[in-house]
Design a binder for this molecule. Structure first.
Ligand code: CUA
Length: 352
Protein backbone atom coordinates (compact mmCIF):
# COMPACT_ATOMS: atom_id res chain seq x y z
CA UNK A 1 0.00 0.00 0.00
CA UNK A 2 2.79 2.33 0.99
CA UNK A 3 4.58 1.46 -2.20
CA UNK A 4 1.42 2.39 -4.10
CA UNK A 5 1.10 5.62 -2.15
CA UNK A 6 4.71 6.44 -2.91
CA UNK A 7 4.09 5.65 -6.52
CA UNK A 8 1.08 7.99 -6.55
CA UNK A 9 2.93 10.71 -4.67
CA UNK A 10 5.84 10.10 -7.00
CA UNK A 11 3.69 10.51 -10.07
CA UNK A 12 2.03 13.53 -8.52
CA UNK A 13 5.41 15.00 -7.66
CA UNK A 14 6.62 14.71 -11.19
CA UNK A 15 4.16 17.22 -12.72
CA UNK A 16 4.69 19.51 -9.70
CA UNK A 17 8.43 19.42 -10.42
CA UNK A 18 7.67 20.08 -14.06
CA UNK A 19 5.52 23.11 -13.12
CA UNK A 20 8.27 24.61 -10.97
CA UNK A 21 10.72 24.23 -13.83
CA UNK A 22 8.36 26.22 -16.08
CA UNK A 23 8.16 28.86 -13.35
CA UNK A 24 11.95 28.99 -13.24
CA UNK A 25 12.07 29.39 -17.00
CA UNK A 26 9.56 32.22 -16.78
CA UNK A 27 11.68 33.85 -14.09
CA UNK A 28 14.73 33.52 -16.31
CA UNK A 29 12.92 35.09 -19.25
CA UNK A 30 11.68 37.90 -17.01
CA UNK A 31 15.21 38.49 -15.64
CA UNK A 32 16.52 38.64 -19.21
CA UNK A 33 13.90 41.25 -20.08
CA UNK A 34 14.82 43.23 -16.95
CA UNK A 35 18.48 43.02 -17.88
CA UNK A 36 17.64 44.43 -21.32
CA UNK A 37 15.84 47.45 -19.82
CA UNK A 38 19.01 49.53 -19.20
CA UNK A 39 20.01 48.88 -22.82
CA UNK A 40 16.62 50.15 -24.01
CA UNK A 41 16.81 53.14 -21.63
CA UNK A 42 19.92 54.32 -23.47
CA UNK A 43 17.87 54.67 -26.67
CA UNK A 44 16.86 58.18 -25.63
CA UNK A 45 18.59 61.04 -23.86
CA UNK A 46 21.10 63.77 -24.52
CA UNK A 47 23.83 61.41 -25.74
CA UNK A 48 21.90 58.93 -27.86
CA UNK A 49 22.40 58.35 -31.55
CA UNK A 50 18.93 56.78 -31.59
CA UNK A 51 17.25 59.99 -30.43
CA UNK A 52 18.47 62.22 -33.27
CA UNK A 53 18.30 66.02 -33.22
CA UNK A 54 20.29 66.63 -36.38
CA UNK A 55 20.13 65.80 -40.09
CA UNK A 56 23.21 63.57 -40.09
CA UNK A 57 22.16 61.82 -36.86
CA UNK A 58 18.73 61.05 -38.38
CA UNK A 59 20.39 59.35 -41.33
CA UNK A 60 22.60 57.33 -39.00
CA UNK A 61 19.56 56.34 -36.92
CA UNK A 62 17.55 55.29 -40.00
CA UNK A 63 20.53 53.30 -41.28
CA UNK A 64 20.72 51.58 -37.89
CA UNK A 65 17.03 50.57 -37.96
CA UNK A 66 17.23 49.39 -41.59
CA UNK A 67 20.25 47.24 -40.63
CA UNK A 68 18.39 45.90 -37.57
CA UNK A 69 15.32 45.08 -39.69
CA UNK A 70 17.44 43.39 -42.39
CA UNK A 71 19.45 41.42 -39.84
CA UNK A 72 16.35 40.39 -37.89
CA UNK A 73 14.60 39.15 -41.02
CA UNK A 74 17.61 37.04 -42.04
CA UNK A 75 17.84 35.70 -38.45
CA UNK A 76 14.12 34.84 -38.34
CA UNK A 77 14.27 32.99 -41.67
CA UNK A 78 17.34 30.99 -40.60
CA UNK A 79 15.76 30.08 -37.23
CA UNK A 80 12.46 29.10 -38.91
CA UNK A 81 14.27 26.88 -41.42
CA UNK A 82 16.36 25.28 -38.64
CA UNK A 83 13.21 24.52 -36.62
CA UNK A 84 11.47 23.17 -39.69
CA UNK A 85 14.42 20.91 -40.51
CA UNK A 86 14.86 19.73 -36.89
CA UNK A 87 11.21 19.17 -35.91
CA UNK A 88 8.98 18.62 -38.90
CA UNK A 89 11.02 17.64 -41.90
CA UNK A 90 11.61 13.93 -41.32
CA UNK A 91 12.35 12.82 -44.87
CA UNK A 92 15.88 12.89 -46.19
CA UNK A 93 16.42 15.02 -49.29
CA UNK A 94 18.45 14.24 -52.35
CA UNK A 95 21.99 15.49 -52.75
CA UNK A 96 20.83 17.65 -55.65
CA UNK A 97 18.12 19.31 -53.51
CA UNK A 98 20.64 19.87 -50.69
CA UNK A 99 22.97 21.56 -53.18
CA UNK A 100 20.15 23.86 -54.28
CA UNK A 101 19.35 24.78 -50.65
CA UNK A 102 23.02 25.65 -50.05
CA UNK A 103 23.22 27.65 -53.29
CA UNK A 104 20.06 29.69 -52.66
CA UNK A 105 20.09 29.88 -48.86
CA UNK A 106 23.84 30.01 -48.30
CA UNK A 107 25.09 32.06 -51.23
CA UNK A 108 22.45 33.89 -53.28
CA UNK A 109 20.15 35.04 -50.44
CA UNK A 110 22.92 36.46 -48.17
CA UNK A 111 24.66 38.02 -51.18
CA UNK A 112 21.44 39.81 -52.23
CA UNK A 113 20.57 40.97 -48.70
CA UNK A 114 24.10 42.15 -47.86
CA UNK A 115 24.48 43.89 -51.25
CA UNK A 116 21.18 45.72 -50.72
CA UNK A 117 22.20 46.85 -47.20
CA UNK A 118 25.67 47.88 -48.40
CA UNK A 119 24.20 49.81 -51.34
CA UNK A 120 21.88 51.68 -48.98
CA UNK A 121 24.76 52.53 -46.61
CA UNK A 122 26.94 53.73 -49.53
CA UNK A 123 24.06 55.80 -50.90
CA UNK A 124 23.88 57.65 -47.54
CA UNK A 125 27.60 58.35 -47.47
CA UNK A 126 27.86 61.48 -49.65
CA UNK A 127 25.54 63.38 -47.32
CA UNK A 128 27.31 62.08 -44.24
CA UNK A 129 30.67 63.16 -45.63
CA UNK A 130 31.80 66.74 -44.89
CA UNK A 131 30.79 69.14 -47.62
CA UNK A 132 33.23 70.35 -50.23
CA UNK A 133 34.81 73.79 -50.27
CA UNK A 134 32.35 75.10 -52.86
CA UNK A 135 29.50 74.92 -50.38
CA UNK A 136 29.45 77.76 -47.92
CA UNK A 137 28.74 76.91 -44.33
CA UNK A 138 26.73 79.41 -42.29
CA UNK A 139 29.26 79.19 -39.50
CA UNK A 140 32.69 77.68 -39.07
CA UNK A 141 33.81 76.35 -35.72
CA UNK A 142 37.38 75.34 -35.12
CA UNK A 143 37.91 72.66 -32.48
CA UNK A 144 41.33 71.59 -31.23
CA UNK A 145 41.55 68.53 -28.99
CA UNK A 146 43.95 68.59 -26.02
CA UNK A 147 44.54 66.14 -23.18
CA UNK A 148 41.76 66.37 -21.90
CA UNK A 149 39.80 69.37 -23.09
CA UNK A 150 38.48 71.12 -26.18
CA UNK A 151 39.63 74.50 -27.58
CA UNK A 152 36.73 76.05 -29.52
CA UNK A 153 36.83 79.08 -31.85
CA UNK A 154 33.73 80.48 -33.59
CA UNK A 155 34.56 82.09 -36.95
CA UNK A 156 31.84 84.32 -38.33
CA UNK A 157 31.47 85.22 -41.99
CA UNK A 158 32.35 88.89 -41.13
CA UNK A 159 35.78 87.81 -39.89
CA UNK A 160 35.11 88.26 -36.17
CA UNK A 161 35.89 85.37 -33.87
CA UNK A 162 35.02 84.27 -30.38
CA UNK A 163 37.31 81.93 -28.47
CA UNK A 164 35.80 79.47 -26.05
CA UNK A 165 36.44 76.00 -24.65
CA UNK A 166 34.74 72.81 -23.53
CA UNK A 167 31.34 73.78 -24.88
CA UNK A 168 29.89 73.99 -28.38
CA UNK A 169 26.88 76.07 -29.38
CA UNK A 170 25.30 75.97 -32.82
CA UNK A 171 22.25 77.59 -34.42
CA UNK A 172 19.33 75.29 -35.31
CA UNK A 173 18.65 74.89 -39.04
CA UNK A 174 22.04 76.28 -40.11
CA UNK A 175 24.83 74.23 -41.60
CA UNK A 176 27.92 74.40 -39.42
CA UNK A 177 31.36 73.30 -40.48
CA UNK A 178 33.69 71.99 -37.82
CA UNK A 179 37.42 72.17 -38.56
CA UNK A 180 38.92 69.55 -36.28
CA UNK A 181 42.58 69.40 -35.25
CA UNK A 182 44.60 68.05 -32.34
CA UNK A 183 47.45 69.42 -30.24
CA UNK A 184 48.69 66.09 -28.93
CA UNK A 185 46.93 62.73 -29.31
CA UNK A 186 44.24 61.42 -31.64
CA UNK A 187 40.89 62.44 -30.15
CA UNK A 188 37.45 61.98 -31.66
CA UNK A 189 34.71 64.58 -31.76
CA UNK A 190 31.30 63.01 -31.33
CA UNK A 191 27.89 64.49 -30.56
CA UNK A 192 25.74 61.36 -31.06
CA UNK A 193 22.45 63.27 -31.10
CA UNK A 194 23.67 65.53 -33.92
CA UNK A 195 25.80 63.34 -36.17
CA UNK A 196 28.57 60.82 -36.69
CA UNK A 197 32.03 61.05 -35.15
CA UNK A 198 35.20 62.46 -36.68
CA UNK A 199 38.79 61.99 -35.48
CA UNK A 200 41.05 64.89 -34.51
CA UNK A 201 44.45 63.90 -35.82
CA UNK A 202 47.69 65.75 -34.99
CA UNK A 203 49.13 67.47 -38.08
CA UNK A 204 45.93 67.64 -40.12
CA UNK A 205 42.53 69.32 -40.17
CA UNK A 206 39.47 67.10 -40.59
CA UNK A 207 36.15 68.60 -41.54
CA UNK A 208 32.74 67.65 -40.22
CA UNK A 209 29.43 69.18 -41.21
CA UNK A 210 26.45 69.20 -38.86
CA UNK A 211 22.95 70.60 -39.07
CA UNK A 212 20.86 70.62 -35.90
CA UNK A 213 17.11 70.26 -36.42
CA UNK A 214 15.86 70.46 -32.83
CA UNK A 215 16.95 72.91 -30.12
CA UNK A 216 18.26 71.34 -26.94
CA UNK A 217 21.25 70.59 -24.77
CA UNK A 218 23.07 67.49 -25.96
CA UNK A 219 26.25 65.83 -24.81
CA UNK A 220 29.42 65.38 -26.79
CA UNK A 221 32.18 62.98 -25.83
CA UNK A 222 35.71 62.19 -26.96
CA UNK A 223 35.35 58.86 -28.74
CA UNK A 224 38.99 57.84 -29.19
CA UNK A 225 41.14 56.66 -26.28
CA UNK A 226 43.60 59.50 -25.64
CA UNK A 227 44.96 58.89 -22.14
CA UNK A 228 44.04 58.65 -18.46
CA UNK A 229 41.11 61.07 -18.53
CA UNK A 230 39.79 60.14 -21.98
CA UNK A 231 36.42 59.22 -20.54
CA UNK A 232 36.32 62.60 -18.74
CA UNK A 233 36.68 64.55 -21.99
CA UNK A 234 33.09 65.54 -22.65
CA UNK A 235 31.28 68.78 -23.47
CA UNK A 236 27.76 70.16 -23.60
CA UNK A 237 26.55 70.83 -27.15
CA UNK A 238 23.77 73.40 -27.32
CA UNK A 239 21.55 73.74 -30.36
CA UNK A 240 19.95 77.18 -30.06
CA UNK A 241 17.36 79.11 -32.06
CA UNK A 242 19.18 81.31 -34.60
CA UNK A 243 18.30 84.67 -32.99
CA UNK A 244 19.22 83.38 -29.54
CA UNK A 245 22.54 82.03 -30.87
CA UNK A 246 23.42 85.29 -32.63
CA UNK A 247 22.58 87.27 -29.49
CA UNK A 248 24.78 84.95 -27.43
CA UNK A 249 27.70 85.36 -29.85
CA UNK A 250 27.25 89.17 -29.96
CA UNK A 251 27.21 89.23 -26.18
CA UNK A 252 30.53 87.32 -26.07
CA UNK A 253 32.13 89.84 -28.46
CA UNK A 254 30.88 92.76 -26.34
CA UNK A 255 31.96 91.10 -23.10
CA UNK A 256 35.46 90.51 -24.52
CA UNK A 257 35.84 94.22 -25.27
CA UNK A 258 34.69 95.46 -21.87
CA UNK A 259 36.24 93.18 -19.26
CA UNK A 260 37.18 95.16 -16.17
CA UNK A 261 40.82 94.97 -15.15
CA UNK A 262 40.45 96.01 -11.52
CA UNK A 263 39.39 92.96 -9.56
CA UNK A 264 41.57 91.26 -6.97
CA UNK A 265 40.81 87.91 -8.53
CA UNK A 266 42.33 89.01 -11.81
CA UNK A 267 45.50 90.13 -10.05
CA UNK A 268 45.77 86.87 -8.12
CA UNK A 269 45.12 84.91 -11.32
CA UNK A 270 48.02 86.65 -13.07
CA UNK A 271 50.31 86.56 -10.01
CA UNK A 272 49.86 82.79 -9.67
CA UNK A 273 50.87 82.34 -13.29
CA UNK A 274 47.48 81.03 -14.44
CA UNK A 275 47.85 83.22 -17.53
CA UNK A 276 50.85 81.17 -18.68
CA UNK A 277 48.47 78.39 -19.67
CA UNK A 278 45.09 80.12 -19.99
CA UNK A 279 43.96 83.00 -22.12
CA UNK A 280 41.44 85.61 -20.91
CA UNK A 281 40.29 88.35 -23.29
CA UNK A 282 41.28 91.85 -22.22
CA UNK A 283 44.08 90.74 -19.86
CA UNK A 284 47.74 89.78 -20.18
CA UNK A 285 46.71 86.15 -19.82
CA UNK A 286 47.66 84.75 -23.23
CA UNK A 287 48.45 81.09 -22.52
CA UNK A 288 47.28 78.55 -25.07
CA UNK A 289 48.14 75.22 -23.48
CA UNK A 290 45.00 75.27 -21.30
CA UNK A 291 41.37 76.07 -22.11
CA UNK A 292 40.45 79.67 -22.92
CA UNK A 293 38.68 81.16 -19.89
CA UNK A 294 37.34 84.40 -21.40
CA UNK A 295 33.68 83.51 -20.86
CA UNK A 296 33.95 80.66 -18.42
CA UNK A 297 31.28 82.18 -16.18
CA UNK A 298 28.69 81.63 -18.91
CA UNK A 299 29.54 77.99 -19.59
CA UNK A 300 27.39 75.17 -18.30
CA UNK A 301 30.23 72.96 -17.12
CA UNK A 302 33.82 73.04 -15.87
CA UNK A 303 36.62 70.66 -16.82
CA UNK A 304 35.13 69.49 -20.17
CA UNK A 305 31.75 68.35 -18.94
CA UNK A 306 32.92 67.10 -15.52
CA UNK A 307 31.45 69.57 -13.00
CA UNK A 308 28.40 71.80 -13.18
CA UNK A 309 29.41 75.44 -13.22
CA UNK A 310 27.88 76.23 -9.84
CA UNK A 311 28.34 76.22 -6.05
CA UNK A 312 32.08 76.66 -5.68
CA UNK A 313 32.95 74.07 -8.31
CA UNK A 314 35.37 76.52 -9.97
CA UNK A 315 37.31 76.78 -6.70
CA UNK A 316 37.13 73.00 -6.31
CA UNK A 317 38.58 72.46 -9.78
CA UNK A 318 41.40 74.96 -9.18
CA UNK A 319 42.36 73.27 -5.89
CA UNK A 320 41.96 69.65 -6.92
CA UNK A 321 42.11 69.53 -10.72
CA UNK A 322 44.27 66.42 -10.74
CA UNK A 323 41.73 64.43 -8.75
CA UNK A 324 38.80 65.72 -10.82
CA UNK A 325 40.72 64.87 -14.00
CA UNK A 326 43.54 62.37 -13.42
CA UNK A 327 46.42 62.80 -15.84
CA UNK A 328 45.50 66.33 -16.89
CA UNK A 329 48.37 68.80 -17.26
CA UNK A 330 46.84 71.36 -14.92
CA UNK A 331 48.62 71.31 -11.55
CA UNK A 332 46.44 71.33 -8.45
CA UNK A 333 46.67 74.44 -6.25
CA UNK A 334 45.81 73.12 -2.78
CA UNK A 335 48.14 75.69 -1.15
CA UNK A 336 46.42 78.73 -2.63
CA UNK A 337 45.18 80.97 0.20
CA UNK A 338 41.46 80.89 0.83
CA UNK A 339 41.18 84.57 -0.13
CA UNK A 340 43.08 84.14 -3.40
CA UNK A 341 41.13 81.02 -4.27
CA UNK A 342 37.75 82.59 -3.71
CA UNK A 343 38.68 85.85 -5.45
CA UNK A 344 40.04 84.00 -8.51
CA UNK A 345 36.93 81.80 -8.62
CA UNK A 346 34.66 84.85 -8.20
CA UNK A 347 36.47 86.77 -10.93
CA UNK A 348 36.38 83.81 -13.34
CA UNK A 349 32.73 83.17 -12.50
CA UNK A 350 31.99 86.79 -13.44
CA UNK A 351 33.51 86.38 -16.93
CA UNK A 352 30.32 85.90 -18.87
CU1 CUA B 1 40.36 62.82 -26.10
CU2 CUA B 1 39.74 60.54 -25.78
Amino acid sequence: MKEAERAIIGTREAPAKHRSKTGLERLQAFSLLLALCPALASCSGSQSALDPAGEEASQVAILFWVMVAGGSMAWAIVVALSLYAARWKRKTISEQAAGRVILWGGAIFPAVVLTALLAYALWLMPSLRPFTRQENPDLRIEVVGHQFWWHVVYHRADGTQVISANEVRIPVGKRVEFALASADMIHSFWIPALGGKMDLVPGRVNRLSLLATRPGIYRGQCAEFCGTSHALMAFPALAMEVAEFEAWLDQRLLASAGISAAEAGRKAFLREGCGDCHRVDGTEARGASGPDLSHIGSRLTIGAGQLKNEDGNLARFISYSSSVKPGSHMPAYPKLSRDDLSSIAAWLGGLK
